[in-house]
Design a protein around this ligand. Sequence first.
Ligand code: ATR
Length: 327
Amino acid sequence: MQKRPFGKSALSASPIGLGCMGFSEFYGQPTDEAEAIATLNAALDLGVDHFDTAEMYGMGANEKLLGKAFKGKMDNLVIATKFGIGRDRQTGAVTGLDGSRDSVRASCEGSLRALGVDTIDLYYQHRMDPATPIEETMQALVELMEEGKIRAIGLSECSAQTLRRACAVHSVAAVQSEYSLFSRDIEDEVIPACIELGVSLVAYSPLGRGLLTGRYGTKDKGLSETDYRNIQPRFAGDNYAANLALVEVVKSIAERHDAHPAQIALAWVLAQGEHVMTIPGTTKLSNLRSNLQAAKITLSDEDMAQLSSLSAQVKGDRYGDMSSVNR
Ligand code: ATR
């Protein structure tokens, strides 16, 4: 599928990239390193050219994994990483959000080392820091760009207002926010602002953290104890049952297309326009291969109408604490 640009930056990539978080943390036990490296290299062979990580995923382990897997092979790739969420090195607990100049610069040096590169392709603020004006953070990022340490700037889970203020300092290549059949809150303000300002949207959790793939059963979720989804509202109690019932609609449309429900969920995201790219997360080569085929699916008006009715019926917030998203 034809590459899509990251906003007005010089970067572009295929519309379906790979979210790498799950290799290191949050979705159960980390993947065995050799297996993860083999999967990442197989992704390259399949033509994936956009890989998304963050300083906080595995507290540096995820960036190091990508650095090791792609040593000497990064020239034509977009490797995106993120800064700004502090964690306690002992416990892993989130200690706060920091967009101050000193913190941005220190994080950048750490990510450059972990990835083993001289320049980060796309550098996102992971969550907005309420204590630091976005103008200060943007200025720090512009400095890093002038020093050749980053190629493009991104913001993750910012509001439309923050995006406007940021773009007044320097153009932003991409906003990364949760966006899927189940999570469409950014359609009101953030997406119109992206279109107006020439900023791409990188849709994360396009599969509703796996819910939309139809893989989860009504009784046994099959999540390990360490899986972060155990504490997510959409996976809890009655919400979970109600949300699984909605997935039946996705499954029925998948049957019409002789496709997998995950492919339908991804096709819907890609159909939203040229300004949208997506980074479904997977640790499995078979799932990755299947997800990439979503680019070939064209949804009918009837499919779109049925799918569009789902988000309003979803039960539960995206996060237990919504205070740091869309800010
Ligand atoms: P995130 O952006 O947070 O990673 P997501 O992309 O919405 O969330 O969904 C990721 C989840 O979907 C992962 O649990 C992934 O599991 P694997 O690592 O086992 O693949 C799951 N997933 C991704 N593609 C899938 C597919 N085609 N079939 C089944 N599960 C899939």
